[in-house]
Ligand binder design. Structure first.
Ligand code: NOJ
Length: 538
């Protein structure tokens, strides 16, 4: 008999960027009321859990990853009682809720940081953060050469002349994880949400937290690799420090007191051996796989990414956690629409729009859905991918909110284009998102991609995801086996323990298939699987 896996090992988790999901109170931003109104939609879609992006009080200078109070809800999203009832209600729909833990930094509006600024140099209040004297004459230069992930120096000068560290925006001062009060505080925050019914946490920049004492320069070469998606994992003064793992073990011990809870790490560590350290049995339950989502549309490279990841995390007894899109990445329907070799980020800024082949991107997004959902392990889906939403590439500069746009000196467009509010209906001012507009403008034709337009429509992306998620539950989530089978060039074929096979055609010619089709991303052509298509067979 198949072993019964803990729920999270095979879960399909749906990421809710709450500000853009559904506006319940007509202020142009999504909220808990809106989310509650869509619980039946999420249940019927067939997801096991939700990961809610930060919903805490925040000046929203980095979309809520600048947390002012970890134990409360921003009034724009609701209040704490509503959050607690929402968690319970979701559970009644069979859906668990993961909240976002942001331990590397607070907002500059957090009471600790306000106290640190007020208390001045040398005060105990400053020790919870990283305050240093500057370098150069009069300390007028930053203490070292560290760069912010969002661009510019990672240090900002306080009015009294000291500098504070912020690996992200200046509004996100880094906490000092050597400080016992910082450590105690986060144990308390974990308990706060676990006591209120949360099933666990997605942990933000899990590969940061600890900084090397003495704050040594990193040098130019390492600085080149500071970008969110490009962290190297050689010894570095602030990424992937070995001391992180002690902190994680402490959190895990707390979670282990609450049955069926889990935590998933956002750890951009590309050395897979070091990456796997995060999912050792007494650390994180999961970590988002960094390789699969970066793999280009190519059978061999996809297979290598899958194999390497399974081998690395399998080596410590864990299973992979697959993801293709999230609130930081260019949506994959757009990434796959670009010719190979084109860097999507550079293209988004000022690339030739004629390079984008949207129908091709959509075909590939359909095909990759069955690959993603056919793999063993857990998957994370980003809101809107079930509708096949593309990146919104033409947002006018004046509406961009992502600090990346500003801090990069307008050399990076930033992440607003994957955060445009969800279209729920074909018509209506904001395609059913809310009654009063949306905080980011939706492009023309957005309603044509809405839930209403796709619901019950044979061949829609939504129906493909629904069917696939339900079939996955039935046939593909009780085992963690993957068995590669021989297949024609430019295709991938693997069997799962249940006997269901997943077949993907990355090439440009149709390929013959053998077996009964359980589900196909496109109609077969004369019994053959078309290019840029996939099928589950038995
Ligand atoms: C990763 C989050 O996903 C991203 O949105 C945020 O800007 C940074 N961490 C900083 O918190």
């Amino acid at each position: 008999m198949a072993r019964v896996e803990p729920w999270w090992r095979t879960a399909a988790v749906y990421q809710v960027y709450i500000r853009s999901f559904k506006d319940g109170n007509g202020d142009g931003a999504g909220d808990i009321a809106g989310l509650r109104s869509k619980l039946a939609y999420l249940r019927d879609l067939g997801v096991d859990a939700l990961w809610i992006n930060p919903w805490y009080p925040s000046p929203l200078l980095d979309g809520g990853y600048d947390v002012a109070d970890y134990r409360n809800i921003d009034p724009r999203f609701g209040d704490i009682d509503e959050a607690v009832s929402f968690i319970a209600e979701a559970r009644n729909h069979g859906i668990r809720v993961l909240v976002d833990l942001v331990p590397n930094h607070t907002s500059w509006e957090h009471e600790w940081f306000e106290a640190a600024l007020a208390a001045g140099p040398g005060s105990p209040e400053r020790e919870r953060y990283h305050f240093r004297q500057g370098s150069g004459p009069g300390g007028s230069e930053p203490p070292n050469d560290w760069q912010s992930v969002f661009g510019g120096p990672a240090w900002e000068r306080a009015p009294d002349g000291e500098w504070y560290l912020h690996l992200f925006d200046i509004s996100q001062p880094d906490l000092n994880w050597e400080h016992p009060e910082v450590r105690a505080e986060f144990h308390d925050i974990l308990r706060f949400w676990l006591e209120r019914g949360a099933s666990g946490f997605r942990v933000d920049v899990a590969h940061s937290l600890v900084k090397e004492p003495g704050y040594p320069d990193v040098g130019d070469e390492a600085n080149e690799q500071h970008l969110l998606s490009g962290v190297a994992s050689s010894r570095h003064p602030y990424w992937d420090r070995p001391e992180i793992h002690d902190i994680v073990r402490g959190w895990r011990a707390t979670l282990d007191e609450y049955p069926e809870t889990m935590m998933v790490a956002e750890a951009w560590v590309f050395d897979l051996e070091r990456f796997a350290d995060y999912v050792r049995p007494d650390e994180y339950h999961q970590a988002f796989d960094p390789g699969f989502l970066e793999a280009p549309w190519n059978a061999e490279e996809m297979r290598t990414a899958i194999d390497e990841s399974m081998k690395a995390v399998g080596g410590v007894g864990s299973i992979p956690t697959w993801v293709l899109s999230n609130h930081d990445l260019i949506r994959h329907a757009t990434r796959y629409a670009l010719p190979s070799g084109v860097d999507p980020k550079a293209w988004l800024l000022d690339g030739d729009r004629a390079l984008m082949d949207s129908p091709l991107g959509e075909r590939r997004a359909r095909a990759v859905a069955l690959l993603l959902l056919g793999l063993p392990g857990s998957v994370y889906l980003y809101q809107g991918e079930e509708l096949g939403l593309p990146e919104v590439t033409e947002l006018p500069p004046e509406v961009l909110e992502d600090p990346v746009w500003r801090r990069s000196g307008h050399n990076e467009k930033g992440r607003d284009g994957c955060r445009v509010p969800i279209p729920w209906t074909i018509d209506g001012a904001s395609s059913g998102f809310g009654s009063n507009g949306s905080w980011l403008p939706q492009p023309d034709g957005w309603g044509e991609r809405s839930v209403e337009a796709q619901d019950g429509t044979a061949g829609s992306m939504l129906e493909l995801y629904r069917t696939a998620l339900h079939l996955r539950r039935e046939h593909l989530s009780s085992d963690l086996e993957i068995d590669w089978l021989d297949s024609p060039p430019e295709t991938l074929l693997f069997a799962r323990g249940s006997g269901v096979r997943c077949f993907v055609n990355f090439g440009s010619d149709p390929v013959p298939i053998e077996g009964d089709v359980l589900l196909a991303s496109l109609d077969l052509e004369d019994g053959q699987l078309p290019p840029n298509a996939s099928a589950w067979l038995r």
